[in-house]
Write a protein that binds this ligand. Structure first.
Ligand SMILES: [Zn+2]
Length: 100
């Protein structure tokens, strides 16, 4: 899939929700008060679970990402709220299926 994106010249097409989820998971991984496995498998599982449950938020220019209009900003806020709802659920799910 990445190859197709590059071949078509769509490198700027990006799901901003993905960046937001990965940033939050990396923050959670740093939080020592939380008890869960930080191995790459579990962290990626958490990312996939959350990303399957929050709406994608695509943008295709750095300009939109760096100086978003009102509508885009509002959608960023909505997605951020959804991510905060889904993160604890994903954490619990991964913790309960921790096989190692
Ligand atoms: Zn693990």
């Amino acid at each position: 899939m990445r190859g197709t994106k590059r071949r078509m010249g769509y490198e700027d097409l990006e799901n901003v929700a993905e960046d937001m989820v990965l940033a939050r998971i990396s923050e959670l991984a740093e939080d020592e008060s939380l008890d869960f496995c930080r191995c790459p498998v579990c962290l990626q599982d958490m990312a996939a679970i959350v990303l399957n449950r929050v709406p994608p938020l695509y943008c295709c220019s750095l300009l939109e990402k760096n100086s978003p209009g009102e509508d885009f900003s509002r959608r960023v806020d909505e997605v951020r709220a959804r991510i905060e709802e889904e993160l604890p659920r994903a954490l619990e799910l991964v913790r309960s299926h921790d096989n190692h």
